[in-house]
Design a protein around this ligand. Structure first.
Ligand code: SF4
Ligand SMILES: [Zn+2]
Length: 217
């Protein structure tokens, strides 16, 4: 993941970044996932350079048509809304605008239960189970962006087939292997077979930690 992608991931996670002397100030309303913190540590020099450029108010080189950031169809008004009070500082910086647009699109896709195309890594979240994350993500994470979907009852696309028998929504009936889906997924009249592999975005693991907290995006 590049520094820009790390910045985009931080934006998508609602993590606010700023320069604090020689350090990077990281603020968030809830704890960011460990893998995002690792990426921020790894890309700290590039992110600091980006933020310092923004903070100095340097005027970027003249922007030609080919250098225009790809805003993914987002309007400047939408980006301004996403940037909030930081908008005056970043609206003239194509690099940051690009990162912001990436972040907004990535967050929307995740919120809609769609896997962002660049999230190709298979990872295992302690609370969500198997999930897609961005390249370079650890094989196992304690929290992930999909934790928000889990907490809000939104779909989570899975990189592997899952089974109803390992899903918390499965309600067994008085017949071996069969049960019904409490999440309202389509099923045959007889019900669902507990060990059939399926691509179900409503699957959630049986076991949850006490408190079931969201760790970050
Ligand atoms: S949510 Fe999906 S995996 Fe879970 S019981 Fe329903 S159909 Fe099966
Ligand atoms: Zn998760």
């Amino acid at each position: 993941m590049s520094a820009a992608e790390t910045l985009a991931a931080a934006q998508a996670a609602g993590v606010r970044l700023d320069v604090d002397g020689a350090g990077l100030l990281v603020e968030a309303d809830c704890a960011p996932p460990p893998d995002l913190l690792d990426a921020l540590r790894r890309d700290k020099p590039e992110i600091l350079a980006l933020l310092r450029t923004r903070d100095r108010g340097e005027i970027p080189p003249p922007v030609t048509t080919t250098e225009l950031p790809n805003l993914h169809g987002l309007t400047l008004a939408e980006l301004e809304e996403a940037a909030g009070e930081d908008w005056p500082e970043l609206r003239d910086d194509p690099t940051v605008l690009q990162a912001l647009a990436n972040a907004v699109i990535t967050r929307r896709q995740r919120e809609q239960g769609e896997c962002p195309p660049h999230w190709t890594e298979h990872s295992d979240c302690a609370d969500c189970g198997p999930v897609f994350l961005w390249p370079g993500s650890p094989a196992r994470v304690l929290g992930c962006p999909w934790c928000f979907n889990r907490a809000e009852g939104r779909a989570i696309p899975r990189p592997v087939a899952v089974t109803c028998g390992t899903c918390r929504h499965f309600r067994r009936i008085d017949y071996p292997h069969l049960g019904h889906c409490a999440a309202g997924e389509p099923e045959a009249i007889a019900g669902l077979w507990d060990s059939d592999g399926r691509g179900c975005a409503r699957w959630l693991p049986l076991e949850q930690n006490p408190g079931d907290e969201v760790h970050g995006d």
